[in-house]
Design a protein around this ligand. Structure first.
Ligand code: NA7
Length: 537
């Protein structure tokens, strides 16, 4: 058994690194336990070709250190995975974080002991760690979702997961490659690997809505000019509901909300919208997030916009989504639809002919067999809760967090704590703004709130803090009421936002949609009122 720290932090990604730094600043002893062999979290594991952030680098970065934001040099408007991984390593070195990060340490169980008021964490290698407080900075999209397709294990070629992409990359040249899934990940990867492979078959169950985007290198002096105004940029970001004030995948949604309704638009106005802005114009209507009929009209128009890009009419029709726009996370792409005009790319519409089985040499659908050398699974994540339900988290009376979330749905107070699990904080837990915002802005607020809370508990001599069930219930009522009248809860929406992508997971929208500033105000108010809704003992 090792000496106890004040705080054990699970995960060395964006959240865990800042949590460690913040705790140190507050004079607390902390240790980070990370299951991977390197730091980086989600940005380490998801190193598939084309992996990139959809928020501008200048905003998708830590704001807490003026030195770091001035010293680090971003090269592109929206950063690619290698640059983000390098940035996190730079931060770890710059803040001397590595000495308190234990790599290759996969936490598999953790138990709260009522008598001592401490958590004991058990790692896969048998090591145990004890501390009064635990911060789960284990990521919202870190637990991959492996599909259960008959015959998966029989495939004789290479099976690859985008969420565990091999370090050093994979040579796909000359290969016949199948991609399963068409979410954000696949939409980023498909145009990139299509240029390399001999033949690409995209197995699509749910077509995505995706908006064309231009990512570019910074021009000479452009980044320096922005850095000179960093104070203003950060302030605008902090005041923005999504935590990013510049153009991003999310900000286009906010703009759409204040656009005129499609239902009263004339046919000429609709066509003009597509003439002027393509697929983006087809969706730029304010009523489509609240009115399913309006949403269907916009989807039909979106189909017309796709048909202007994709030459084969059958492929173009197969690319039209069946779910309402906005109910899944917005996607941006670079040349996604154009990729289907390539001779070496085939779209397989699983809505018509589902996958029947995977065989040693490829994939059988209900209609056809596809010979493949490589199958790439881009099948998503058990989001928000998966990183903690994979661990045996036992709170008061030995109750398992996994069971609580299975029975009640992914409940939490503020996305920060779960009733029955004292002294356990979750960075970006369910019910927090994380999912639909700039993750980095959101996590900085969480980390700072958690750090201040633990420092307060220690200073005031409190041994435990615990979310009260009534406060948790009220919070969930509040978060779900915010989305009740939107397409986010439409039955056709199988999204990681609501857990419907995971078989058996209780369906519940897991975000907080009133924006980060309002969320921050509420969290500060709660802390200011002596941590209202929490029991301090
Ligand atoms: P997503 O957005 O959850 O997409 C997963 C995709 O995989 C989606 O198209 C799924 O179709 C598809 N899928 C999953 N299981 C299967 C099976 N068994 N057969 C066929 N297709 C399947 O995950 P991403 O990794 O793309 O993106 C996650 C987030 O990362 C993203 O929102 C950004 O925040 C970054 P379905 O829709 O379930 O029919």
């Amino acid at each position: 058994m090792m000496d106890s720290d004040d705080v054990l932090v699970i995960g060395a990604g964006f959240s865990g690194l800042y949590m460690l730094h913040r705790l140190r600043q507050l004079g607390l002893r902390a240790q980070v336990l990370e299951r991977a062999e390197k730091i980086g979290g989600t940005w380490l594991f998801n190193r598939y070709p084309g992996a990139r952030c959809d928020i501008e680098s200048i905003e998708y970065s830590y704001s807490f250190s003026e030195e770091i934001q001035q010293e680090w040099v971003w090269t592109e408007t929206m950063p690619a995975q290698p640059e983000i991984e390098a940035y996190l390593n730079f931060v770890a070195d710059r803040l001397d974080l590595r000495r308190d990060i234990r790599l290759d340490t996969d936490v598999t169980a953790m138990t709260f002991d009522d008598d001592s008021g401490r958590w004991t964490l058990q790692a896969a290698d048998g090591e145990t760690f004890v501390a009064p407080f635990v911060v789960a900075a284990s990521g919202i999209l870190s637990e991959p979702l492996e599909p259960d397709i008959p015959g998966m294990g029989t495939f004789a070629g290479d099976s690859l997961f985008t969420s565990r992409w091999p370090a050093g990359g994979v040579d796909l040249s000359g290969k016949r490659v199948g991609v399963i899934g068409t979410g954000s990940t696949a939409v980023q990867m498909i145009p990139v690997i299509a240029r390399e492979v001999q033949q690409l078959c995209v197995f699509q169950r749910s077509p995505a809505f995706t908006l064309p985007w231009q990512v570019r290198q910074f021009e000479a002096g452009e980044l320096d000019e922005m850095k000179a105004n960093y104070g203003e940029i950060r302030q605008a970001q902090r005041q923005h509901p999504i935590g990013a004030a510049r153009l991003s995948a999310f900000s286009v949604l906010i703009d759409m909300l204040v656009s005129p309704p499609i239902k009263t638009a004339t046919r000429d106005e609709q066509v003009r919208a597509v003439d002027e802005r393509g697929v983006m114009g087809a969706l730029n209507w304010g009523d489509i997030f609240f009115d399913i009929e309006a949403s269907r009209m916009a989807t039909a128009l979106y189909g017309e916009a796709i048909a202007r890009i994709v030459r084969d009419p059958e492929t173009a029709a197969a690319l039209v989504p069946s779910h309402p726009f906005g109910c899944k996370r917005p996607i941006i792409d670079q040349g996604y639809y154009q990729t289907y005009n390539r001779d070496n790319v085939t779209l397989v519409d699983l809505r018509k002919n589902p996958i029947r089985t995977i065989t040693p040499d490829g994939i059988d659908t209900a209609a056809e067999h596809y010979d493949l050398d490589v199958i790439i699974y881009a099948t998503g994540f058990d989001a928000m809760t998966g990183a903690l339900t994979r661990i045996d988290v036992r709170g008061r009376d030995g109750v398992l967090l996994r069971d609580v979330w299975a029975e009640q749905g992914p409940v939490s107070y503020l996305g920060l704590a779960v009733a029955g699990f004292p002294n356990l904080f979750t960075v970006q837990g369910p019910g927090s703004p994380a999912a639909a915002t700039n993750f980095v802005t959101a996590l900085e607020q969480h980390v700072e709130w958690i750090g201040d809370c633990i420092a307060h508990l220690k200073a005031a001599g409190h041994r435990t803090i615990e979310a009260m069930p009534e406060a948790q219930h009220e919070w969930i009522e509040h978060t779900t009421s915010l989305v009740a009248a939107t397409v986010l809860v439409h039955p056709s929406c199988n999204s990681w936002y609501n857990g419907a992508n995971v078989p058996g997971k209780k369906r519940m929208y897991m975000g907080y949609t009133a924006g980060i500033p309002e969320y921050r105000r509420r969290c500060d108010e709660i802390a200011g009122a002596g941590y209202a809704g929490f029991l301090l003992a």
